[in-house]
Design a protein around this ligand. Structure first.
Ligand code: ATP
Ligand code: MG
Length: 315
């Protein structure tokens, strides 16, 4: 499978301010791609360019070979987006809006009505179908917005922070619905600040910071790229002599070792391989290992490492 979306040298300026600063990466066909980055790092701007809402200042994006600058109409046939801040400027209620949307993307009236009811029931917003938008809670408004993509099922679905306002139960349901799009062979892009969401959904993630790409890869690959990100914890019988500790440090290839109360902690990469090496080394030196555990970094740690920022910084 090739790339569904190719982002090449993408730049977006608002006046003098550069929101996207030369992004280049591919989103593979059939994957769920997570776009991560602190507030204001350019996630939504990038997604809005892929969806042809904004024009790039420089560079280009191709969706299945169609350029967003040269063939936006072709791109629009392939891409759908659920906006971060849904705005309904007209007075239709959610039901009418979704039926209208379904018909725009190709449903006949009866099918549209049936499909809209199904999706609204699945997202538990059927009871709100006749309300005015101004009467809806933030979470309900968001559900109406993402319902559009589950109706449309475009080849490339773009969700901008799909579950930011949703309760835990609904979050899990939406994650399942997003995975179902992938299982049907579609490509999904999800911008999120929620590392649990990113980890549960993404085959690969791209981390951007101030409009530039900082890291790209599967969550597991990125965890491995944090120097000494894994913590090996070993409990042994008896005291650990200096020679044992220095032999371990050599075998594990780390300087970062400390011992207290019969517990040795080693900060390493690829913890699972190193655990085997540690056991082997210690048994060769006649030290009995009582227990060993590996603590891997979380995606939060990955995020901090590659952005050097706390979530929420920048606004
Ligand atoms: N229409 C606009 N006009 C001027 N500046 C804008 C516009 N849209 C975005 N920006 C600026 O560009 C930067 C990137 O914004 P963007 O919305 O892409 O960030 P984001 O990564 O989606 O952030 P968040 O996590 O808060 O959603 C921000 O500094 C923002 O203020
Ligand atoms: Mg955003």
């Amino acid at each position: 499978m090739g790339a569904a979306v190719r982002v090449r040298g993408l730049v977006k300026k608002f006046g003098n301010f550069t929101a996207v600063n030369g992004l280049t990466f591919d989103i593979e066909e059939g994957e769920i791609f997570g776009l991560l980055g602190p507030n204001g790092s350019g996630k939504s701007t990038t997604l809005l360019i892929i969806a042809t809402v904004y024009k790039p200042t420089a560079g280009d994006v191709e969706v299945y070979g169609h350029s967003v600058t040269k063939r936006p109409d072709e791109v629009r046939k392939l891409v759908g987006i659920a906006f971060q801040d849904p705005k309904a400027l007209w007075v239709d209620n959610p039901y009418e809006l979704l039926v209208w949307h379904a018909m725009v993307v190709g449903y006949g009236l009866l099918d549209a009505r049936r499909a809209v009811r199904e999706i609204m029931e699945e997202l538990e917003i059927w009871e709100h179908r006749g309300k005015l938008f101004s009467e809806l809670s933030g979470g309900t408004r968001k559900k109406v917005e993402i319902a559009k993509l589950f109706l449309q099922k475009p080849k490339v679905s773009i969700f901008d922070e799909p579950t930011a306002q949703l309760d835990v139960t609904t979050k899990h349901r939406v994650w399942e619905m997003i995975r179902a799009l992938k299982d049907e062979g579609r490509t999904v892009i999800v911008a999120t600040n929620d590392m649990t969401e990113a980890e549960r959904l993404s085959d690969r993630v791209g981390i951007i910071y101030k409009g530039s790409l900082r890291a790209l890869g599967s969550p597991a690959e990125l965890k491995d790229r944090i120097p000494a990100g894994d913590v090996l914890e070993l409990r042994v019988d008896g005291a650990l002599g200096e020679h044992v500790i220095s032999a371990l440090a050599r075998a594990l290839g780390t300087e970062k070792l400390n011992v207290s109360n019969g517990t040795l902690k080693a900060y390493v990469n690829r913890g699972e391989e190193k655990a085997a090496i540690a056991i082997e080394t210690l048994s060769r030196l006649g030290v009995r290992v009582r227990s060993i555990s590996i603590k891997e970094p979380t995606l939060d740690d990955v995020f901090f490492y590659f952005t050097g920022a706390q979530l929420g910084e920048g606004k």
